[in-house]
Design a protein around this ligand. Sequence first.
Ligand code: UD1
Ligand code: MG
Length: 444
Amino acid sequence: MAPKKHNPVDKLAVIVLAAGKGTRTKQKLPKVLLPLCGAPMLDYVLDSLEALHADHSVIVLHHGIGEVQTTLGKRFEALGCQVVDQGAPNGTGHAMQVALKAMDPDGAFEGTILVLYGDSPLISVETLQALVRGVECEIPEVGCPAATILTSEELVPGGLGRILRAEDGTFLAIREAKDCSQEELEIQEVNTGFCAFRASALRSCLPKLKNQNKQGEYYLTDVFGMLVEKGEAVLPIMTEDPDEVLGINDLSQLAQARWVLQERILEEHMANGVLIEDPATAVIEKDVQIGSGTKVLPFVVMRNGVKVGENCEVGPFSHLRVGAVLEDQAEVGNFVEMKKSVLGQGSKAKHLTYLGDATIGRRANIGAGTITANYDGVHKHKTEIGDRAFIGSGTILVAPAKVGEGALTGAGALIKRNCHIGAQEVFVGVPARFLKRLDEEGGE
Ligand code: UD1
Ligand code: MG
């Protein structure tokens, strides 16, 4: 069956449902802001939205709407995403009624409407495109489906909506678990929530939804049965990847989703030529850049936005926090923490070191146990270390501090606040004082 495009000028609207409370997470933070690999869960849904290049996009919010706006408002704006407050959430059908009214008050929109859930961040863009294509195609003897619905086969279908089919396999309806008979509960094919509609077909059913069910809510899922009753075709599409439809309702599912995402992130780096010795212990968040030829040794944490150049070595046991940058061939080893710091090309900090708000030039050596004391209890201060500087083991630099090119500090040196060590100068002791000047080759 080669589906042919129904109407090549069809427009696409995407509606993200994210007004639910997330009671089961037992967190103060709205569910859609829970962190996943260094970004709020909703960020991933917005990535999919962005990739779809929709003509309209709407996000339905309510619980924690202020917090969600503060965190992601700029991104909504950049995406041209209309934010709608659902008011007291009264079911997914109600959420869609509110969204459509805001997006298309005159009911004039002709095209396809795709529905995403704010708590299902792992979905692939290819699958979403398949749902959209399904509505826009002509199937021989069936016609053009009024809707597509993504289903999955679950060993433990639990509280998910069940897909009801006729004996010949034709789709009939979706029944919410709480409204299912004992026999229907045995069905393992479930509703993942992702679906697409021909706009006119959705509009013809939404106002007719009733809330006579166990939860007293307006279910979007009732629309599918209504369409079938009207003689319209609904096309169920089964996912090929059960991971992509994982919905996050509690912290255990959050951890499960993190595993899936972490694996995807690591696979991408490995495909780019990053050698990750033990993927099981590498925590590398979203939007981390790593150059090819770099080795990531076991037990490494790299937070969102970290940049690591080519042919570097990181780990074992390194912690690269926000704003950490390693230029090409730089190396950090065990128990080295970096925050808002740049380690220049070919420079090394191999053991037991904290570099915070520090800029280190090229080919510098940061000895074991070096600490930049960047925080005076109120403010953070900067440390600058020049090219080829040699920082002796156990040096403490109380920031602000400056160490010139080719300078050297003795083991255990305490560099006092506002101390400027000139190029090639040697400072030693506690507190450190000038000892001598080295020649350009580092000799005396
Ligand atoms: C829903 C489906 C169920 C499906 C399951 C898949 C319905 C009636 N049921 O159930 O068939 O198996 O998802 O995960 O649709 N939301 C709103 N406003 C509301 C209610 C919900 O925006 O008034 C949002 C939530 O924030 C969430 C999504 O819609 O992102 C789904 O809501 P949820 O309450 O989790 O639905 P389920 O009971 O999981
Ligand atoms: Mg849910």
